[in-house]
Design a protein around this ligand. Structure first.
Ligand code: HDE
Length: 756
C-alpha cells in the first residue's frame, strides 16, 4: 500500500543518513536493488558569499532593520527543503503508482518544483534588456557643495552605489559587443534617499520628445515578420526612420563612430544627457549636465574585432568587468558636471539646453570633476540584483531637480510605469537592491509582492489623530524635497516644439569635423556597412541626402562605398561650426591598468624569460595570459612549471590588447616557439602553428602592439609581421617597455590605413 511504501521510504532515508559510504538510498520497487545516488560532500550549511560581494544591507521598507545578517540568503540549513521548509528525501523521482506507473497528482514537491520553474522568467526590459551590474562606492570631492545642497555631493560624503551597464536594442541573451548605444545607470543609496542617474554613453539622443520613443525603438528592434536582425541597427526599418526623422542624425553619427562599439565598460564614458537643475542651500539654481569620465580613458573596439567577439565571447563586456573587479583592478570614473546659468531662455552659446539632441562642447563649458566612483563588488546573485534593479530619472534627492526637456519629462512617466509590468506590481522598491539605505516611512500599502508588515491602524492615511498625526511632513530645512518654484509662462496648450529644435545637422557636422582622419574613416566604414545591409534603395538614397546636409565629403565617401551617386546638400552647411577636439578618442596617453597581454610559448621556449615577463606585467597592474599548445603547465620537465591560461585552441586575439612571442633557443624545425608539433602539427613542416599565425595576424590587423624577443622575433619575420607597433628586443623587459608605451595610446594608430 501507499502508506507502506512511504514507511519504507522514511526507513530508506534513516538508513541513508547512517550510511557510512555517504550514499542516499532511493526506495525502489519491491524486490529490486535500491539505487544509490552518491552525494559529493557531507551535509553542510551553504557557503557564505565573499565579503566584497555582499548585497546592500537589508533595510525593511518600514525602516526597521530586518534583523537578518547582511549576507542573509534564501538558502539556510544543510538539508534540502520545500518552500515550506519541510525536509525532502528525494528530488529526482516523481511520486508514481509503481516504478513504471503514472505520476500522482498528490506529489506536492513535483508540483511546487515545476510550478516555480514555469514562472522563473520575468519580462525582459523593453529596452536595455542586455546588461550587467556591480556594487561600488562614490566619494564626493565636496567642490559641488556651493551649487547643490545634495548631501551625497557634500565634502567627504561617501555613498554606496549600484551600477548597471547595458546595450539598448538586443534581447537579454544578445552579444555584448554589437554596435549600439550603451546605458550607464547609477543608483546612489544616499543618506537622503535614493538618487538615480540614468544615463547613456552618448551625450545626445535620437529624439527630442518622449512621444516618439516607441517609434525609434520599433524602428531599431528586429523587424516584426521574421524577428531579425537581433541587436543590430544595420537594417531597413532603422535607416528608414532616421533618414526621414533627421533630428536622429546627430545621435546616429555618434553611433557610427567608435562610441557605438566600446572597448570595455571600464573604458566607457557616461553622460546624463538631459539637462537637470542643481539647487543650492540658499535656493539658488544652476542648470547642469552630468558626465562619467573613466580613469582609464575612453576607448573603442574596431569593427571586425567587435564582430569576432560577438561570436567568440558574447559575454565579453560582462566578463571583463567582473574579472577586473575580482582581480582587484577596481574600475573608476570621475563624476563631472558642466554648469550653466539658469537663465530664462535656458540657452548657452546658442545651444538650447532643453534640446536632448544637442550637447555643449567641453571647450565651451569645462567638465568639472566633483567625485569618484569605484566599483568594488560583483553581484551576489545576477537575477536578484542586475535583473531586478529598477532605475528611474525621477528618483531625485534634495538639491537636484528636473528641467523642462520634453524627453526627460516623458522619461519621468515611463520608468515607474514599465517596472509595474516587468517586476509584477507596485512593490518593487522593496526588492533588496532597490531599497534605500535609510528609513522608509511611506503610506503605500498592500499590492502584489508586499513584503512589509505594516503596523498600526492609522499610519496609512493623513491627516489622522489616532496616530497623533504621524508620520509628519517636513520642509527643505529638515531635508524635505521641495520642487524649485519655477515660474511657468502663461501659454497655450499645443503640440509643438520650439523653433530652436529645428536645427538637426549643425552638431552632427561639428562631431564629424572634430574627428581625426582615422576616426572619420571608421565612421565612413560604419555607414557604408550599415547601409550596405539595407535592401531598400530609397532608404539608402534618403540617408545619403542626410549625410550631404552634414558634410559633402562624408556623403561622397559613403556613396562611393555603396556604388550610388552622391546627392547635393539641400540646406546651407553651417560654416561657423566650433570644432571640439575633446570628442576625439585618439592622441592621448592613458594608464594601462588591466590591459591583457598574451605570451605565446611552448615547451621549448625561454621559460625563465616568460616567468620574468609574467611577473613584470603583473607588477605593472596588467594581466599576463600564457598561451601554449596545451593546457596545464609548461616546463614540467625543468621542475619549475608555469601555469598556462589559454591554449592555441581557446585563445583568440580579440581578448588581448597585445601579443608577445617568447624567445627560445635558435629557431629551427623543432624549436620554433610557436611550433605545435606536440599538439597535432606536422613535425616535418617547420612552419608556425596556423593558430598562432592567425592570432598574431589578427592582433596586427586590429592595430594592437605585437612584441617578441630572441627567437620569437624570427617567428614574426616568418609570418610577415613588421612595421609600426612591432617591438622586438633582446629581453622580455625591453619588449614590455615598448609594448606598454604603445598600450597607453590604446592602439598603434599609424598602422590603420586612412581612407580605403
Ligand atoms: Fe530610457 N528607458 N527611455 N533612456 N533608459 C528604460 O526603463 C525611456 C532614454 C536608460 O539598467 C526603460 O527600467 C523613454 C535616454 C537606461 O535598468 C524605460 C525615453 C537615456 C536604461 C525607458 C528614454 C535613457 C533605460 C526600460 C525617451 C539616457 C536602463 C526598462 C523619452 C539619458 C536602466 C526600464 C537599467 C531604460 C524609457 C530615453 C537611459 C522603458 C520613454 C535619453 C540606462 O522606462
Amino acid at each position: 500500500s501507499a502508506a507502506h511504501a512511504a514507511k519504507d521510504a522514511v526507513a530508506g532515508v534513516a538508513h541513508a543518513a547512517k550510511d557510512a559510504a555517504g550514499g542516499i538510498r532511493i526506495p525502489g520497487a519491491p524486490g529490486s536493488e535500491p539505487p544509490t545516488v552518491a552525494e559529493p560532500t557531507e551535509p553542510r550549511e551553504p557557503l557564505p558569499p565573499k565579503p566584497e560581494q555582499q548585497a546592500p544591507a537589508p533595510v525593511s521598507p518600514t525602516g526597521r532593520d530586518t534583523g537578518a545578517p547582511p549576507d542573509a540568503r534564501a538558502q539556510d540549513g544543510a538539508y534540502l527543503t520545500t518552500a515550506q521548509g519541510v525536509r525532502l528525501y528525494d528530488t529526482a523521482h516523481s511520486l508514481k503508482a509503481g516504478a513504471r506507473g503514472p505520476v500522482l497528482l498528490q506529489d506536492h514537491h513535483l508540483r511546487e518544483k515545476i510550478m516555480h520553474f514555469d514562472h522563473e522568467r520575468i519580462p525582459e526590459r523593453v529596452v536595455h534588456a542586455r546588461g550587467t551590474g556591480a556594487h561600488g562606492v562614490f566619494q564626493s570631492y565636496g567642490n559641488a557643495a556651493p551649487v547643490t545642497r545634495a548631501a551625497f555631493l557634500a565634502e567627504g560624503a561617501e555613498t554606496r552605489v549600484f551600477v548597471r551597464f547595458s546595450t539598448v536594442q538586443g534581447s537579454r541573451g544578445s552579444a555584448d559587443t554589437v554596435r549600439d548605444t550603451r546605458g550607464f545607470a547609477v543608483k546612489f543609496y544616499t543618506e537622503e534617499g535614493n538618487f538615480d542617474l540614468v544615463g547613456n554613453n552618448i551625450p545626445v539622443f535620437f529624439i527630442q520628445d518622449a512621444i516618439k520613443f516607441p517609434d525609434v525603438v520599433h524602428a531599431v528592434k528586429p523587424e516584426p515578420v521574421r524577428e531579425i536582425p537581433q541587436a543590430q541597427s544595420a537594417h531597413d526599418t532603422f535607416w528608414d526612420f532616421v533618414s526621414i526623422h533627421t533630428e536622429a542624425q546627430h545621435h546616429t553619427m555618434w553611433l557610427m563612430s567608435g562610441r557605438g562599439i566600446p572597448h570595455t565598460y571600464r573604458t566607457m564614458e557616461g553622460f546624463g544627457v538631459n539637462t537637470f537643475r542643481l539647487v543650492a542651500h540658499d535656493g539658488a539654481t544652476t542648470l547642469v549636465k552630468f558626465f562619467w569620465k573613466p580613469r582609464l580613458g575612453t576607448h573603442s573596439l574596431v569593427w571586425e574585432e567587435a564582430q569576432l567577439i560577438a561570436g567568440a565571447d558574447p559575454d565579453f563586456h560582462r566578463r571583463d568587468l567582473y574579472d577586473a573587479i575580482e582581480a582587484g583592478a577596481l574600475p573608476q570614473w570621475e563624476l563631472g558636471i558642466q554648469t550653466f546659468p539658469d537663465t530664462e531662455d535656458q540657452m548657452f552659446h546658442g545651444i538650447d539646453l532643453l534640446d536632448p539632441t544637442k550637447f555643449v562642447p567641453e571647450e565651451l563649458a569645462p567638465v568639472q570633476p566633483v567625485g569618484l566612483l569605484t566599483l568594488t563588488g560583483t553581484p551576489t546573485n545576477f537575477f536578484a540584483e542586475v535583473e531586478q534593479v529598477a532605475f528611474h530619472p525621477g528618483h531625485l534627492v534634495p538639491g537636484i531637480d528636473v528641467s523642462n526637456d520634453p524627453l526627460l519629462q516623458g522619461r519621468l512617466f515611463s520608468y515607474l510605469d514599465t517596472q509595474l509590468t516587468r517586476l509584477g506590481g507596485p512593490n518593487f522598491p522593496q526588492i533588496p537592491v532597490n531599497r534605500p539605505h535609510v528609513p522608509v516611512n511611506d503610506m503605500l500599502r498592500d499590492g502584489f509582492h508586499q513584503d512589509a508588515v505594516h503596523v498600526g491602524n492609522a499610519s496609512h492615511y493623513k491627516p489622522n489623530s489616532i496616530d497623533g498625526g504621524c508620520p509628519f511632513t517636513i520642509g527643505a530645512d529638515g531635508g524635505g524635497y521641495v520642487e524649485v518654484p519655477e515660474p511657468v509662462a502663461a501659454s497655450v496648450k499645443e503640440r509643438r516644439a520650439p523653433e530652436s529644435f529645428d536645427d538637426h545637422f549643425s552638431q552632427a557636422r561639428m562631431f564629424w569635423l572634430s574627428m581625426t582622419p582615422l576616426e572619420q574613416e571608421q565612421i565612413v566604414q560604419a555607414y557604408t556597412f550599415e547601409l550596405g545591409k539595407c535592401y531598400e534603395q530609397a532608404v539608402k538614397e534618403r540617408q545619403l541626402l542626410a549625410l550631404a546636409n552634414i558634410d559633402p565629403e562624408l556623403c561622397r565617401l559613403v556613396a562611393q562605398g555603396l556604388g550610388l551617386p552622391a546627392p547635393e546638400a539641400t540646406i546651407p552647411l553651417a560654416d561657423d561650426v566650433v570644432v571640439s577636439p575633446s570628442l576625439s578618442m585618439i592622441g592621448k596617453a592613458w594608464p594601462t591598468d588591466g590591459r591583457r597581454i598574451g605570451i605565446v610559448a611552448d615547451e621549448s621556449s625561454d621559460l625563465d624569460g616568460v616567468r620574468e615577463l609574467r611577473e613584470a606585467i603583473d607588477a605593472a597592474g596588467m594581466v599576463p595570459l600564457v598561451i601554449a599548445p596545451h593546457g596545464g603547465m609548461l616546463g614540467d620537465a625543468t621542475g619549475a612549471p608555469l601555469p598556462v591560461q589559454r591554449t592555441f585552441l581557446t585563445a583568440r586575439s580579440v581578448e588581448l590588447d597585445a601579443v608577445v612571442l617568447a624567445g627560445a633557443p635558435a629557431p629551427g624545425p623543432d624549436a620554433t616557439p610557436a611550433h605545435d608539433a606536440k599538439a597535432g602539427g606536422d613535425p616535418k613542416t617547420p612552419s608556425v602553428d596556423p593558430r598562432v599565425t592567425m592570432l598574431v595576424a589578427e592582433a596586427f590587423r586590429h592595430s594592437k602592439a605585437v612584441g617578441a624577443w630572441g627567437a620569437g622575433s624570427a617567428v614574426l619575420a616568418e609570418v610577415g609581421i613588421t612595421g609600426p607597433g612591432v617591438v622586438t628586443g633582446d629581453s622580455p623587459a625591453a619588449v614590455l617597455e615598448g609594448v606598454r608605451e604603445l598600450l597607453a595610446a590604446h592602439r598603434v594608430w599609424e598602422r590603420f590605413p586612412v581612407r580605403v
